[in-house]
Write a protein that binds this ligand. Structure first.
Ligand SMILES: *Cc1c(COP(=O)(O)O)cnc(C)c1O
Length: 381
């Protein structure tokens, strides 16, 4: 049969949860902008990547691992797990390595979600939660976020999330800080939530931006609570402050029995050798991490001041990005920035129409962005 004869409705054949998904929309790659817009100088502030890049030691470790690329990686990730375990003061049995922390989120869904089960998460939360949930046939229960005038506008409403937990719920996803809002939860708020969450519900606390937020007053390190809450899973990423987004590596910290279950569904070689080597080296280069955090602290402030000076509303952020309101001009401004070689991220897909997210770059990148934005006169009628 030729294609034209087979009018198969493949969408109808797909699992209902898959049919209802929208594909994840990544930030536009630099080369794509060069091709499509003919610009040579590109500033990419669209994917919350580290403007400092990886530690040179991590880059060297990845290259060295390339020379042995004919060998499978260590499927148990012995050395990296040991390094992560030492960093957190936990036994390696509590560590699960992933192809990015995204992978760990998917493993959690595969192990604990499925038809007849429900995952609870906030509106405007990370886009991977619905994808992981619906892919395995589970139901996503999206809880309205805090109101626009709250101290943490559009942040997680933990009371409402607790109220959404019924006997079908087996997983809750909490991002702290959250992407794309940048909002965060304090120790008191998060512990109060975990204290009241039924112990049979897996509580995933996604700390992809932990290092950037660590100095925020009241911001907790949930990885210290693993003994207190056996149902707690904390996820961390090497994609953000460690500058290894291109290598794909992250991890989960959990009860050893939960790690054992994740390990059963995990692809045997989900974490590549260059990724494992680079991540261990990145963890050891604490000076590089401190530089990345210091740069972010300074430049996030400058970026915020620049946006606010244009009369724009900017959400509070404990992460390496700022989300600001451009209203009806949002799409036009996004497009105008692309023409000027600057890539940022519209977040209408997160149910935040009119808002745009910009990652914190180097001083020069942020200046280029602010100058290009000023030319587009945001806020003007
Ligand atoms: C970037 C991000 C991640 C990390 O993704 P990786 O798969 O580790 O690259 C996880 N959660 C949130 C909220 C993020 O923004």
């Amino acid at each position: 049969m030729s294609d034209s004869e087979t009018a198969i409705d493949f969408s109808a054949l797909a699992m209902p949860g898959v049919r209802g998904l929208a594909p994840y929309e990544p930030g536009k790659p630099i080369d794509e902008l060069r091709r499509e817009y003919g610009v040579s100088e590109v500033v990419k502030l669209a994917s919350n990547e580290s403007p400092l890049g990886p530690s040179p030691r991590a880059a060297e470790a990845a290259s060295a691992a390339g020379a042995a690329a004919h060998r499978y990686p260590d499927g148990n990730g012995f050395a990296l797990k040991a390094a992560v375990a030492e960093r957190h003061g936990v036994p390696p049995e509590r560590v699960t390595l992933g192809n990015g922390s995204n992978d760990v989120l998917v493993l959690l869904a595969q192990a604990f979600l499925g038809p007849g089960r429900t995952a609870v998460f906030s509106a405007h939360a990370f886009a991977v939660y619905p994808i992981a949930t619906q892919t395995v046939g589970a139901t996503a229960r999206v809880v309205p976020a805090l109101p626009a005038e709250a101290e943490q506008p559009y942040g997680h409403d933990l009371e409402a999330m607790l109220a959404a937990v019924d006997e079908t719920v087996s997983v809750v996803f909490v991002a702290n800080p959250n992407n794309p809002t940048g909002t965060w939860l304090t120790e008191g708020e998060l512990r109060g939530f975990l204290d009241r969450l039924p112990a049979r519900v897996i509580a995933v606390v996604d700390e992809a931006y932990f290092e950037y937020a660590a100095a925020e007053p009241g911001y907790p390190d949930a990885s210290r609570w693993l003994e207190a809450y056996p149902n707690l899973v904390v996820t961390r990423s090497f994609s953000k402050v460690y500058g290894l987004a291109g290598l794909r590596v992250g991890y989960g910290l959990s009860h050893p029995a939960v790690a054992d279950l994740l390990n059963r569904v995990r692809q045997p070689f989900n974490c590549s050798a260059p990724a494992q080597e680079a991540a261990a080296a990145a963890l050891a280069d604490e000076a590089h991490t401190r530089r990345a955090v210091a740069l972010n602290d300074e430049q996030r402030r400058i970026l915020r001041e620049g946006l606010e000076a244009m009369g724009l509303r900017v959400l509070p952020s404990a992460a390496n990005f700022l989300t600001f309101y451009a209203g009806e001009q949002a799409a036009q401004i996004h497009e105008g920035l692309l023409r000027r070689g600057v890539i940022i991220r519209p977040v209408a897909g997160y149910d935040l129409a009119g808002w745009l997210r910009v990652s914190v770059g180097t001083a020069a990148e942020n200046r280029t962005f602010l100058e290009a934005l000023a030319e587009l006169r945001p806020g003007a009628a």
